[in-house]
Design a protein around this ligand. Structure first.
Ligand SMILES: Cc1nc(C(=O)O)sc1CCOP(=O)(O)O
Ligand SMILES: C=C1C=NC(C(F)(F)F)=NC1=N
Ligand SMILES: [Mg+2]
Length: 538
């Protein structure tokens, strides 16, 4: 008898005999998976007659028994009882949980498919006598589940359900994520999915096709096992917090030297207004700009040494084109700076930006107050050109929103305005199963200011070009340098250049030219102690 309180949910195989590759059988796939680290098995055969289903179940049960891995039966409570399986998994349209529990008794594992907050509230009301674990999905689109009624929720959707479990105090309930999960997205979703109180992350990953449809089921399971056990997601250089940002002044010079020495490729996918100015900012910062929306070259560009992607959704590139750029740079483990222009200004932009946030990992997310507040779901009413620091209360809200964005998307979040706010949600690229991993509200956050540069807001692409500057300063860094400090340096450099330009310009026209002059001069001189913008912890 399996002790249901000691089940390891970390790698959960859900079977499907309709996708077996030639030369394999249900048993051969399950055996290979059990030999390579699968910790829980569910027999899910939607189109099989009862007699055959029971024969399959008995064979799989024997295999699971040898590995002391629990066997769960999907949907068919009668079969689960008939073979004395270790548990049963039912969906929202299957037998009600209370009835299932009555039939299987208190010691069996009962699992439920959950996709909405109201279903979490329902299971919480049932208490520990109800479900033992839930499958949260689907995370990404999948062809495995026929006539699926739910739409993909992304890692953010899973995090919201983890929040509901915390809010309803359903502490006993374990969770697995399911739906379209594969090696190219599992490290990222494990890194990103966490409750806002920092106390609960997912207990495991459930897969069907990654193993069942594989010619090499053993290797597939082995790969998933190692990804889950690695507990870290190194998606760019410098993600691990190796340096204490308090000595920022001492290391700012090194970032400037690194940029000048490596001349990083700054791949802009950006709006037409920003393209020319951004290219000149990159050149002023001794970097190599390229503007390309040709998906066919994204993989090649992402593999150029020190390449960085600056993705500014003010561009007209179609969604799939942008997703392929994000995929290329995430696969190449090269940083992406994401500028979700007009995040919720229109429903089209909200859909586009939310989709991109679900399909990639960003080193830095940069926006103005309206955009950051929207991403943090703190933007009351229509997005307006709210500038940070209009009043103390605004600033407090903006600092909170910036920390939330940094936390939810595990990135360096930058909110621009009179006062720029930078928060560090990287968590050194580390994550834990089950127990969460960081305390959200205590994320390191800093403010950078240099007086009221209102003229900065009156030229085109001033915000977009901060994105370019950030990309230039993080493109060349090595793993022994700190991504967060590099972003801080970029923000301080850019604001200082803005201040310098405001002194020498005659109006907004010459301000643009002076801004590029100032960036050029400050970079050449590389004396951060002379930069006028100040940085302070908040
Ligand atoms: C069985 C199942 N349930 C889902 C849900 O969202 O509840 S998605 C799904 C199929 C997942 O298959 P694959 O790993 O091949 O994407
Ligand atoms: C529809 C399903 C959703 N989730 C799960 C599991 F991952 F096991 F929790 N199994 C299913 N059959
Ligand atoms: Mg079902």
């Amino acid at each position: 008898m399996i002790d249901k309180l000691r089940v390891d949910y970390s790698l959960y195989l859900v079977t499907d005999s309709t996708m077996l590759p030639p030369g394999t059988t249900l048993e051969s796939q399950v055996l290979a998976a059990l030999q390579n680290g699968v910790t829980l098995v569910q027999l899910r055969e939607k189109e099989t007659d009862t007699k055959v289903f029971i024969e399959q179940a008995l064979k799989v049960q024997k295999l699971c028994w040898e590995f002391q891995v629990p066997l769960i039966i999907n949907d068919r409570v009668d079969v689960a009882l008939a073979i004395d399986a270790d548990g049963v998994h039912v969906g929202q349209d299957d037998m009600p949980i209370a009835m299932v529990r009555k039939l299987v008794g208190p010691d069996k594992i009962v699992g439920w498919s959950v996709g909405y907050e109201r279903e979490v509230e329902e299971l919480a009301a049932m208490g520990p006598e109800g479900v033992d674990y839930i499958g949260l999905g689907m995370v990404f689109p999948t062809n495995t589940k026929k006539n699926a009624k739910k739409s993909p929720m992304g890692p953010r959707g899973v995090s919201k359900l983890l929040d509901s479990l915390q809010k309803t105090n359903a502490t006993w309930c374990k969770t697995v994520a399911i739906g379209g999960l594969h090696p190219d997205n599992i490290p990222r979703v494990l890194y990103q999915m966490c409750s806002e109180d920092g106390k609960r992350s997912i207990d495991g990953i459930a897969v069907v096709s990654d193993i069942m449809a594989s010619q090499e089921a053993g290797n597939a399971a082995k790969k998933l096992r190692s990804l889950i056990d690695s507990r870290s997601y190194e998606f760019a250089n410098g993600v691990s917090d190796l340096s204490d940002v308090k000595q920022l002044s001492a290391i700012e010079e090194t970032f400037v030297d690194t940029t000048a020495a490596t001349s990083p490729l700054i791949h802009h996918i950006t709006n037409k207004v920003h393209q020319n100015f951004g290219a000149n900012v990159a050149l002023a910062l001794k970097s190599s700009p390229i503007m390309s929306e040709v998906a066919a070259e994204y993989k090649e560009l992402s593999e150029v040494p020190h390449a960085v992607l600056l993705l500014n959704t003010g561009s007209v590139a179609p969604l799939e084109n942008m997703v392929s750029a994000i995929r290329a740079y995430n696969e190449a483990k090269r940083p992406i700076v994401f500028d979700p222009v007009g995040f919720s200004a229109t429903s089209a932009r909200l859909v586009l930006n939310s989709h991109l946030l679900a399909y990639g990992q960003f080193a830095c997310i940069k926006g103005n107050a309206g955009e950051i507040l929207s991403i943090a779901d703190l933007n009351v009413g229509k997005m307006r050109g709210v500038d940070s620091g209009d009043s103390v209360s605004d600033l407090a809200v903006i600092i909170k929103a910036t920390r939330l964005v940094a936390y939810r998307y595990r990135c360096v979040a930058v909110c621009t305005g009179k006062v720029d706010i930078i928060a560090n949600g990287l968590n050194a690229g580390k994550y834990e199963l089950s127990t969460g991993s960081v305390k959200p509200s205590l994320l390191p956050a800093f403010k950078v200011e240099s007086g009221d540069l209102e003229i900065m807001g009156r030229i085109t692409a001033s915000g977009c070009s901060l994105g370019t500057t950030i990309a230039c300063l993080i493109g060349g860094i090595t793993n022994s340098q700190n991504l967060f400090s590099a972003v801080l340096t970029a923000v301080r450099l850019y604001k200082s250049a803005g201040y310098l330009a405001s002194l020498s310009c005659k109006g907004t026209g010459s301000f643009q030219v002076s801004l590029i002059d100032s960036l050029d001069q400050l970079l050449q001189a590389n004396q951060p102690s002379t930069w006028k913008a100040t940085v302070k912890a908040v």
